[in-house]
Structure formats: C-alpha cells, structure tokens
Design a protein around this ligand. Structure first.
Ligand code: ATP
Length: 332
C-alpha cells in the first residue's frame, strides 16, 4: 500500500531539506505518493496566494503532510502561513522532541525532553490594534477548552510513551487570569494521571534551570509563545536548529516540520542540515504506525552522526545536504 502524503517544499532551504527527507524515506522500502503543494513566498509568486486553498484541501484529504519552512511575505495583510495552517486545520498540539544524538558536539549530554506547545491561541490570535497613536494593544487569548485539550494531549503522550513527569511552564504570577486559567486546566487534567508527576515552573526560572541542566526535565507543557521561545532555546542543547524536529497534530490531520525557518542565508547552497526534517519525517512514520521504519531512519541518522565524517557546516563538517541524505539512506 502506498501512503499519499502532502509535500510542501516551502521557501529558502525548504526544497533542499524536503528533497533530502524524501530521499531518506525512499530507503525505508515503504511506498509514498507525494502530492507536492506550494505555500510561502514561492507560492505567492506562482499562485497569487501564499497559502492557496489547494494546500488545505490536499492536507484535509491526505491527513498527513511533510513540510519545509515557509516564509510569510513581509507587510501588512499577510497572516503567518504556519499560524494559518495550524488554525485552519486545528493542529492544536506542537510536539518537539529534544534529544542529544551521538556525535553532535554540544555542552550538554543526555538531554531527552519533550516539548508540548499549544498551537492555536495565546498572543498568536493576531488581535492587535492601535488604541490611540503611540499606544497599541495586543490581546492574549487563553481558553479553558484549548488549555484542557493541550494538557490532555501532553498527559496522554506521557502515558503512551513511558514519560514520568509533566511540567507546566507559566507566568501566572503576572498574568494571573490567563496563565492562571492555563494552570487550572493542567491541574485538573493531571488528576486523571496519578502515575505521572505534575509540577509547575515560572517561565524565566525554567529558562535558567534548562540552561544549567536540561536533563532535570522530562516533558514541558507550554502556551504558544513560551513554547516558541523555549523550543528554540532547547534546540541549542542538541546542536542547533538543524537538529530539531517537530510535529503539529490535530484530531483531523498532522503536519511534520522542523523547528527551523527558511534560513535564507544558506539557501540554494547545498549547505543546509537536513536532519531536522529527516527526524520530523521519522515522527511522521511513527504517526502512520510504521515504527520499524521510523527506527531505521533514526538509526541511519545516528550512524551518520557517529561516523562523524559526513556532517554539514552547522555541525562542524563540510558535507552537503544531498551527501548527508545519501549517507543516511546508505546507513539504513
Ligand atoms: P523563522 O523566523 O522563519 O523561524 P529564523 O529567523 O528564526 O526563522 P532560521 O531561518 O531558522 O531563522 O535560521 C536561523 C539561523 O539558523 C540561520 O543562521 C540559519 O542559517 C541557521 N539554520 C537554520 N536551519 C538550519 C539548517 N537546517 N541547517 C543549517 N543551518 C540552519
């Protein structure tokens, strides 16, 4: 059986890392039919819209997408493509595993964290306005429904993946109502999972504790904005953005994409590290129930990193994007 998957190459380094991930997936022996769809700056130029309706239709039909980074056109009137995709498809859970892999130079060993970020509300609601000239207001929306749903996702993930502890990250000492509601919801859900330890930490202290010793944490549960910032911070523990995979999951579909952006500084130069998207593709295989294939992909990445001779520049090597993809495929 072939899996039909929506493939969004995206902008900047997107097409290069997407091609690398497709190459690696072809080495699993599974059959994929890729439905290529364009979103981002390139789509604006060729299709007149940065997020053509066809993209949403394709993902709604296939339920699964693999996506490279997309750039949102600068200027007013353009919604962030990622925010729009997550909202339109109600992909409420952003899951970002942060794990030290062999062979990657980093100050930190043994990091094994899962970040679960709420994906649909908070300051990303896009509600901003000028009250009077010189004064703007940006509205943070936190709802009981979305907070409970993301907390339940985190605890279910903990239960099914053998995780022991969920830490909710907040600033409820300042945002007593909004972050207070988020915590109330998390506490309520935690009661249903007595085997999983639940605790809370203020976001600034969380950042300091993470930098001192990221192995202190198991799973972090965060609102949208804290999740965005803390996950970039955590990418730094494992060799940078080129190593950090992610998934956006909802009830009706899922998009797998790396944490990094389109990296225009290195686009088109065969210099991008494809591992973040390759590991996102492994998460996609897990989502499809193809756990053995997912493990083979991770094993291939591991072997290449351990080998230490085929690394991109961000990891201190000289190899190109395509070379890494071939090396991972060969190691599988
Ligand atoms: P966005 O706002 O779209 O998230 P950003 O401005 O945070 O993007 P990125 O595009 O993610 O930034 O890039 C940040 C830095 O990390 C750049 O210097 C870029 O070259 C580097 N980088 C990002 N992804 C990769 C990758 N896959 N391989 C190598 N370097 C990368």
């Amino acid at each position: 059986m072939a899996y039909t998957i929506t493939l969004i190459p995206g902008d900047g380094i997107g097409p290069e890392v997407a091609a690398a991930a497709v190459r690696v997936l072809s080495a699993t022996g599974l059959q994929f039919e890729w439905e290529t769809q364009h979103a981002g700056l390139q789509a604006l130029a060729t299709h007149g819209s940065a997020l053509p309706e066809a993209v949403l239709t394709s993902i709604r039909r296939n339920k699964v997408a693999l996506k490279g980074p997309t750039e949102t056109p600068v200027g007013s009137g353009h919604r962030s493509i990622n925010v729009a995709l997550r909202k339109e498809l109600d992909l409420y859970a952003n899951v970002r595993p942060v794990e030290t892999l062999h062979g990657v130079k980093s100050r930190y060993d043994g990091v094994d964290l899962i970040i679960v970020r709420e994906n649909t509300e908070d300051l990303y609601s896009g509600l901003e306005h000028v009250v009077v000239p010189g004064v703007v207001e940006s509205i943070k929306i936190i709802t009981e429904k979305a907070s409970t749903r993301i907390a339940r996702y985190a605890f279910e993930y903990a239960r099914t993946h053998g995780r022991k502890r969920v830490t909710a990250v907040h600033k409820a000492n300042i945002m007593k109502l909004s972050d207070g509601l988020f915590l109330d919801c998390a506490r309520g859900v935690a009661k249903d999972y007595p085997e999983i330890r639940y605790d809370e930490i203020i976001v600034d202290n969380c950042c300091m504790q993470l930098v001192l010793d990221p192995t202190r944490f198991d799973m972090l549960l965060l609102e949208n904005l804290y999740g965005d910032i803390v996950s970039d911070l955590c990418a730094g523990f494992i060799g940078g953005l080129g190593m950090a995979p992610g998934a956006n999951i909802g009830e009706y579909g899922a998009i797998f994409e790396a944490v990094h952006g389109s990296a225009p500084d290195i686009a088109g130069k065969n210099m991008a590290n494809p591992i973040a998207l390759v590991l996102s593709a492994a998460m996609m295989l897990d989502h499809l129930g193809e756990h053995a294939a997912a493990d083979r992909v991770r094993g291939g990445v591991d072997a290449v990193l351990k080998g230490g001779t085929k690394l991109t520049r961000d990891l201190g090597g000289k190899a190109g994007t395509t070379e890494i993809a071939e090396a991972i495929a060969a190691a599988m």
